[in-house]
Ligand binder design. Structure first.
Ligand code: PEP
Ligand code: MG
Length: 755
């Protein structure tokens, strides 16, 4: 085995390459010389550069060691052979025995059969693969981590050469990055509702690092320090100036601010500077590594952390290069739709809110930090749009439909008009609904219906005022847990619940204990490998198996509500004995608080969610024990119909407005009313006016829903008369139809009910 680049040191090598890049001659001539230098310095018999051409093809552009006649002849598709594999996954590979790799593709014209070992790295720029740089040896050589690092650093410098346009034209590079000038409708994931039409602004047209190699590492380290402290104080200013108020949204930004001091990250940047890069070159190198790692990682929590670091790297680069946010904002169109691969939470705040109309991402998830901020700021957002960046052009017109998780690029006149019409109607409707805010939710025949909202973040509570909701019917405590990096201890939890209670200012709130598992995994509490997580170890099952966790949560709630009312409920209860066990833990904590002399709530109420059908058949026993019942129709429907609530293929298969489901809900409401136990429905169903109308007709007098639904449901309530509806429904739920939606719609139309 030979030892390679370690003997020469990356700085000297980098300097020679930089000199070569600045030398005269065509791009091709310079590349030819560079591969020779790399081969010699890394003690490799072969060094080859493959450059990406349009159509996802990697072309051998220069080689030292392979047959020269293969240059510009050998072409590999992305994904083909080891070189194609490196490009496809944007990751480095080092193989002592490359020929036994399953992806090895032999190209006779290259004469490479005599080389056994291979190390290759992608040429990356802005997260895109522009080519692949490879070294090969005859022996079965084990390349070291250091050698891979060195080759990656060189690859960065080479990526500059490729993107300079000296090897292939700039025009072609753009085509490699892909263009499509026809209208296109792209599907994604709803991250925040709302519609917008605007012009595409690519999220920070890449900060261009011109100077990659430095003479004086100490001077570069000083520049890094200065830029870091500038960035820290700018972040502090931004935090101070943001109008997000207190709460989780602010915490996200504060966590982000802490990342700016992450020692591992800063250490890697300093190391890269010491290896001969400029400060900005080093930041970019570490950023490219992070991006490459991001593309490999599926764990949403880790991706979120890495994307925060990506955001920070951009910010730091701008501080190093002297690019200022204010200047960029001045150039934004008034109808900016920001398009990005991924985005950090703070980056969203950099944009002028008056100009920013929507955001579209290639990545993103509903719980990602940037989505939470977008919801808090009410900016429509669509994520997970595949191949987004390769299809948009700056200043393209784009329609963003956050309600349906889709975008339309370069829409024709008719499509644009249609969306503009919908937006106008919505705006008018919002004005009308706002007028309803202070009017009571009372039916035409005088029945009061309580409308509450579902919340999970402190910011959601702001909607109590603007919707005129009666309170919070479902506070999902797992949401604040999901955005944290570690399990909040009792003190932190007290703080969360206290702020929620303070913010509600006396309006009733029902706290639901942790409903983790199913689609809501906590990053720091792996849920094992449940084959069917929705029916797996989740919610109350986790809580009863980890009683300490539940007791801590109950203790925090009791302390936070000292001197006030406290209502709690348990999720996914399937049998009365589970409720008994959970309630016993609550009573234990309450007694403990009293014993220890802590102030306790003025009044406590303990209820259960009904989401598992089995509970329906234990109602007499259950209703003797609970203070209230809340129907989780989302889960209830999935279990009633054995139909996965997250499976798009089943989304319309069964209708909650079907005789079976409604008969179940009617039976439940009647039993509760007879037993004088308050019942609320807090699933999404309660927030849809037609469904809410049916529920009112079945006897529900309390509904809890997403904030945006309160206005439309109140409009329905104020236009309905219950008496006739009740009779009509009684008939219908005995029918054998698949759905009674159409009948209900006709009823609403005939009776002037706003649905
Ligand atoms: C439900 O299942 O209807 C419910 C309200 O709970 P979640 O959506 O949080 O599971
Ligand atoms: Mg549920």
């Amino acid at each position: 085995m030979q030892t390679g680049a370690g003997t020469v040191g990356p700085r000297r090598l980098l300097k020679r390459i930089r000199d070569m890049m600045a030398a005269s001659g065509s791009g091709q001539e310079r590349l030819d010389r560079i591969v020779k230098i790399i081969a010699a310095d890394m003690v490799a018999e072969v060094c080859s550069a493959y450059i990406m051409r349009p159509g996802e093809v990697l072309e051998l552009f220069a080689t030292e060691g392979l047959k020269q006649e293969a240059v510009h002849q050998t072409r590999l598709r992305v994904g083909e052979g080891i070189v194609g594999d490196i490009a496809a996954h944007a990751r480095a590979l080092a193989l002592a025995d490359a020929q036994s790799h399953p992806n090895f593709a032999y190209r006779p014209e290259t004469g490479e059969e005599i080389f056994h070992s291979l190390m290759g790295v992608p040429l990356l720029r802005g997260g895109r693969v522009l080519g692949v740089l490879v070294v090969q040896n005859r022996t079965f050589r084990d390349y070291s981590e250091e050698e891979i690092e060195t080759l990656q650093t060189i690859a960065m410098v080479l990526a500059e050469l490729v993107s300079s346009g000296d090897l292939v034209s700039l025009d072609e590079i753009q085509r490699v990055e892909g263009t499509a000038l026809l209208p296109a409708r792209l599907e994604g994931l709803k991250l925040n509702q709302g519609l917008a039409i605007g012009r595409v602004v690519m999220h920070q047209p890449r900060v261009t690092v011109r100077q990659m190699v430095a003479e004086n590492p100490d001077a570069e380290l000083t520049r890094l320090q200065e830029a870091l402290s500038g960035m820290h104080s700018a972040l502090d200013d931004m935090l101070a100036a943001s109008d997000l108020g207190e709460g989780e949204t602010r915490e996200i930004l504060e966590t982000y601010r802490m990342f700016a001091e992450d020692r591992g990250w800063l250490g890697r940047i300093s190391e890269a500077i010491k290896s001969g890069l400029t400060a900005e070159g080093a930041v970019q190198k570490v950023q490219e590594d992070t991006r490459a790692r991001m593309s490999q990682i599926s764990d949403p929590y880790l991706r979120e952390r890495l994307s925060d670091l990506d955001d920070l790297a951009n910010r730091l680069l701008r501080h190093l290069i002297g690019d200022r946010t204010a200047a960029r904002n001045a150039d934004l169109p008034d109808d900016t739709v920001v398009v990005a691969h991924a985005m950090g939470p703070a980056e969203l705040l950099d944009y002028d809110r008056r100009k920013l109309k929507a955001v579209v991402l290639e990545e993103g998830s509903p719980t990602s930090h940037v989505s939470i901020i977008a919801r808090a700021l009410d900016i429509p957002m669509v994520g997970r749009v595949r191949e987004l960046l390769s299809q948009v052009e700056p200043l393209d017109t784009v329609v963003v439909d956050g309600d349906n998780g889709q975008i339309v690029l370069r829409p024709g006149e008719d499509v644009r008009e249609m969306f503009a019409g919908t937006m106008r109607m919505r705006a008018e409707r919002m004005v009308r609904l706002a007028l309803l805010r202070d009017l009571p939710a009372v039916t035409r025949d005088g029945v009061q219906i309580s409308l509450s909202l579902n919340a999970g973040l402190l910011i959601d509570l702001a909607h109590l005022e603007d919707t005129g909701a009666d309170g919070v019917g479902l506070y999902r405590t797992e949401i604040p847990f999901m955005i944290r990096s570690a399990f909040p201890d009792v003190g932190e939890q007290i703080d969360i619940y206290r702020r929620v209670l303070d913010r509600a200012a006396g309006r009733p709130i029902i706290f639901r204990t942790l409903d983790i598992g199913g689609d809501k995994d906590l990053p720091y509490l792996p849920n094992g490998d449940d084959e069917n997580p929705a029916m797996g170890w989740r919610a109350i099952r986790v809580a009863l198996d980890r009683p300490l966790m539940l007791r801590q949560q109950l203790r925090a709630m009791l302390r936070a509500a000292a001197g006030r009312e406290l209502s709690i409920m348990f999720p996914m209860v399937a049998e009365v004995s589970e409720f008994d066990a959970a309630r016993a833990l609550f009573e234990l904590e309450l007694a403990r608080e009293r014993r220890r002399g802590h102030a306790v709530p003025l009044r406590t109420r303990v209820g259960t969610m009904v989401e598992v059908p089995a509970l329906f058949f234990q109602l007499p026993a259950l209703l003797r024990r609970v203070d209230f019942v809340s129907v989780g129709s989302n889960d209830l429907m999935q279990f009633l119909y054995a139909s996965d609530r997250g499976n798009p293929r089943l989304a319309d298969r069964y209708d909650p407005l079907s005789p079976g489901a409604l008969a179940f809900l009617a039976g439940l409401a009647q039993a509760c009313t007879r037993a004088d136990v308050p019942i609320t429905l807090c699933g999404e169903m309660g927030g849809r006016p037609l469904e809410a109308m049916a529920l009112v007709g079945l006897g529900y007098r309390s509904l809890s829903m997403p904030p945006a639904a309160i206005g439309p449901v109140k409009a329905m309530v104020r236009s309905v008369e219950i008496d006739e509806l009740e009779r009509y429904l009684r008939e219908l739920i005995r029918s054998s139809r698949h759905s009674i939606r159409e009948n209900l719609l006709s009823f609403a139309r005939d009776h002037g009910i706003t649905v």
